[in-house]
Design a protein around this ligand. Structure first.
Ligand code: ADP
Length: 433
């Protein structure tokens, strides 16, 4: 009986022991599972065998995720740096506005436009605080607000003008929504130069048409008179035909000058560069123009220094320059005056300088700055001689653009004029080298 009791107690004890061991193991297992879930297991060696594998797999995945996160962060950072660099590389002011209208990003050009030396990205500001034109800023802000719920492809445009002292600057603005957060990209492009080019183009067309119209009207009048039989008299007819022929020559010269100027300005002129003796060239021009000078009783003197007067240039173009300067002197000085053409080296600028000095009326101070402009003629001399006002502009283009030389005029009203131009001497580059 005692034995049976002892056996029962032993069995109960064994079962109780087994149960409590199982409970302890279960608790440990739960704890380890919780630890795994919370990621607080630092030493996996004490884990149950199955859990150790789970722990290792878990660690591997966490590691992979972290590596992926680091990689994506680096890619995002690299992208941001590149975007920033691209933004800074743009010459046009660029601004990114947040949905609430504050400036999220802007490049240096935008800061400069806003007259800010400090980086505006360091402060929170609205576009009104960045742009100097309040009206423009308000309009841009309004347009940006309107873009919040439209497609990203939609582009809104506006224009504004900034007055800085005597300068008026024009700008074109384009706005487009950047992303779903409602950010808006604002690109500002200055159009002042484009406007100026357009203005110059239409001015050129207007002046050119005016210049072309005068000889054309004269030719048309002659043709009409011939057609209607008004020129029966032989002398009158040949006189009118002579005038028409002169007008045709004038038209041809005008068209040639316009073409030459536009070719040089467009950079498509093909000069034939060779060694040119400017002394010899000037003498040839003077000889060719002597009859015209004599017709007006003008004394035409040619002087040249007995030195090397050779330049690298296009002989025909340089001859055109000397012809225009000497021709003008003969045209605009009163009869009986004197025109001197001199060619001499200038050691200081290492160039050969041609000077055409006359004893005529000179050039009024107010006309001096514009004398080399296209179609510019001094109003009070217009009746003295015919011309188009293109000659000096062509000279300036040939000297400065084709030969990298310099051209100018010194004059006082009533004391004649001294036109000059200098072209780099042939040996200048070899000396400089
Ligand atoms: P054009 O002679 O065909 O009118 P240019 O461009 O050669 O055109 O000259 C522009 C203007 O400069 C002339 O119309 C004239 O008024 C002025 N000019 C040029 N040379 C002289 C000069 N030697 N003396 C006075 N005025 C001059």
């Amino acid at each position: 009986m005692l034995l049976i009791q002892a056996f029962i107690w032993a069995a109960v004890g064994f079962i109780a022991g087994g149960l409590s061991y199982g409970l302890i193991q279960r608790r440990r297992f739960d704890r380890e599972c919780r630890g795994l879930a919370e990621g607080s297991v630092s030493d996996p060696t004490g884990l149950a065998v199955g859990l150790r594998d789970v722990h290792d797999e878990h660690e591997r995945r966490i590691h992979a995720v972290r590596r992926e996160q680091t990689l994506s962060r680096r890619v995002a950072e690299e992208r941001a740096v590149r975007a920033r660099r691209a933004l800074e590389g743009l010459e046009d002011p660029v601004i990114v506005l947040d949905a609430d209208g504050t400036v999220a990003e802007c490049n240096q050009a935008a800061s400069v436009l806003g007259g800010r030396s400090e980086d505006p990205r360091t402060e929170t500001m609205a576009i009104e605080d960045l742009l100097p034109s309040r009206v423009a800023a308000r309009e841009i802000a309004d347009l940006a607000r309107g873009l919040c719920d439209v497609e990203t492809e939609v582009v809104r445009r506006t224009f504004f003008t900034m007055v800085e002292g005597p300068d008026v600057r024009d700008f074109a603005v384009s706005l487009r929504r950047l992303d779903s957060t409602g950010r808006v990209l604002v690109v500002i492009h200055e159009t002042t130069r484009e406007r100026e080019i357009l203005r110059m183009k239409s001015e050129f067309v207007a002046k050119a048409s005016h210049e072309l119209r005068t000889p054309l009207s004269s030719i048309r009048a002659t043709l009409e008179m011939l057609e209607e039989g008004d020129l029966e008299d032989e002398t009158a007819r040949s006189e009118m035909l002579g005038i028409a022929s002169e007008e045709v020559d004038r038209l041809a010269r005008l068209v040639d000058d316009m073409l030459d100027i536009s070719r040089i300005e467009a950079g498509v002129a093909r000069p034939r560069i060779q060694s040119v003796d400017l002394g010899g060239l000037a003498r040839e021009v003077v000889d060719a123009l002597r009859p015209a000078a004599e017709r007006r009783s003008i004394e035409l003197v040619s002087r040249r220094r007995d030195e090397d007067l050779v330049v690298e240039g296009d002989a025909e173009m340089l001859s055109t320059v000397i012809t225009n300067l000497v021709g003008n002197a003969i045209k605009y000085v009163p009869e009986g005056e004197r025109v001197v053409v001199e060619v001499a080296p200038d050691d200081l600028t290492r160039s050969v300088v041609v000077t055409v000095t006359d004893t005529g009326l000179g050039i009024p101070a107010e006309d001096l700055p514009r004398i080399f402009d296209k179609f510019y003629r001094i109003a009070r001399y217009e009746r003295k001689a015919r011309g188009s006002g293109l000659g000096l502009d062509l000279c300036r283009n040939i000297v400065e653009e084709v030969h990298q030389g310099r051209i100018g005029v010194d004059s006082n009203l009533g004391e004649g004029a001294r036109f000059w131009f200098g072209v780099p001497a042939r040996h200048a580059s070899s000396l400089a080298a």
